[in-house]
Write a protein that binds this ligand. Structure first.
Ligand SMILES: [Zn+2]
Length: 49
């Protein structure tokens, strides 16, 4: 799973970056996009009522 270093912001597949920084899942961005899409649909329905 793709991870991103919290220190140098580089993408890595390891838990720890070569710079020594901790690498965290690079997922939250994609997850928030899907969430936004769901709420966007809900908003459209609410608007037509
Ligand atoms: Zn790093």
């Amino acid at each position: 799973m793709l991870k991103k270093c919290v220190l140098c912001k580089k993408y890595t597949l390891k838990n720890r970056c070569s710079c020594g920084g901790e690498a965290v899942d690079a997922h939250p961005f994609k997850f928030s996009l899907e969430k936004e899409r769901k709420y966007g649909k809900y908003r459209q329905q609410a608007k037509t009522q």
